[in-house]
Design a protein around this ligand. Structure first.
Ligand code: ZN
Length: 303
């Protein structure tokens, strides 16, 4: 099986009164699960959030623009952070990856219960002086409902968001994906009511993906009767841009004194990337080589 089979499409329908995004994200969700060794609930939360972030990042314009979804909750999972760019890359983590709860009343993974009450923050970094930040209280903590509410409250765009992750018995990811459908301001009543009717009929994203695991099929169901026209297609994957050099810059920022302390202890240090869980080991020799760079960067820091 090819590793990067996941992809995302963008479409318009009903004479551009509707714009839509759909994604399959099984492979990238499985990759994140393996990287973070997440429990099924944590995998579901992470997979849903990554699918949402990728589709939201696809709406950004610049090649270096980033979209981050941050959820902070008072439940046992505590929350999560995912960041996507508009090149189809996403990375992320949940704060407590090992959380386990009983299924909810519908017999599903209790993502809302694991997240609890709290806030959803969306950060769009478009390489301007300040990023655009929108925040709302969580509605259910199930993520799709929260993103729907975010669009309504924070951006005044009537939207429907559906996200789903289905696990295999042995706790690997079986299906993952989702959609975002948005109504343009000039949408006619007839279009709105038909779309609402379609959305009402959907029981779950993963049951649609079980029929056929493609973004096209998701949109055919969600936009039934509208004949959606696909306008773009992009491969998506779990990818982190961390490097040892980036972590060494972090060490340099600790300053001469702190690095000398580390060196005098004479032990290797291991730094771990939160987003992808990669570990970077620095030997005492390597830390010593960073010392001259702290002396170069310190006058800058004082400015
Ligand atoms: Zn990383």
């Amino acid at each position: 099986m090819s590793e990067y089979k996941d992809y995302m499409i963008r479409a318009v329908a009903a004479d551009a009164q509707i714009r839509a995004f759909a994604i399959t994200s099984r492979d990238l969700t499985e990759k994140a699960r393996q990287a973070h060794n997440t429990s099924p609930i944590a995998t579901a939360a992470l997979g849903r959030a990554m699918s949402g972030a990728l589709m939201m990042a696809d709406m950004l314009k610049g090649p270096r623009d980033l979209l981050t979804i941050q959820i902070d909750g008072d439940g046992p999972m505590q929350g999560l952070v995912v960041t996507a760019d508009n090149q189809g890359h996403v990375k992320g983590y949940v704060k407590n990856p090992h959380v386990i709860l009983d299924p909810n009343a519908q017999g599903h993974l209790n993502v809302g219960g694991a997240i609890g009450q709290g806030t959803l923050t969306v950060i769009r970094d478009m390489n301007l002086k300040d990023p655009y930040i929108g925040q709302i209280p969580l509605v259910t903590g199930e993520i799709a409902e929260d993103l729907t509410a975010y669009y309504a409250q924070s951006e005044q765009i009537p939207s429907a968001v559906g996200l789903g992750v289905l696990m295999n018995k042995e706790n690997t990811v079986r299906r993952a994906g989702g959609f975002v459908v948005q109504l343009m301001p000039f949408a006619e009543d007839e279009v709105i009511s038909r779309l609402e009717e379609n959305i009402r009929k959907i029981s779950s994203v993963t049951s649609i993906l079980e029929e056929e695991s493609t973004p096209e099929h998701l949109l055919d169901v969600v936009l039934e009767g509208f004949k959606p026209e696909v306008t773009s297609r992009e491969d998506v994957r779990f990818y982190c841009n961390c490097t040892k050099e980036r972590f060494s810059r972090g060490l340099i920022l600790l300053g001469t004194e702190e690095l000398e302390n580390i060196i005098s202890e004479g032990k290797d240090i291991e730094l771990r990337c939160q987003f992808c869980n990669s570990a970077y080991t620095f030997t005492t020799e390597e830390v010593k080589k960073l010392l001259p760079r702290t002396r170069v960067s310190e006058p800058e820091k004082e400015q």
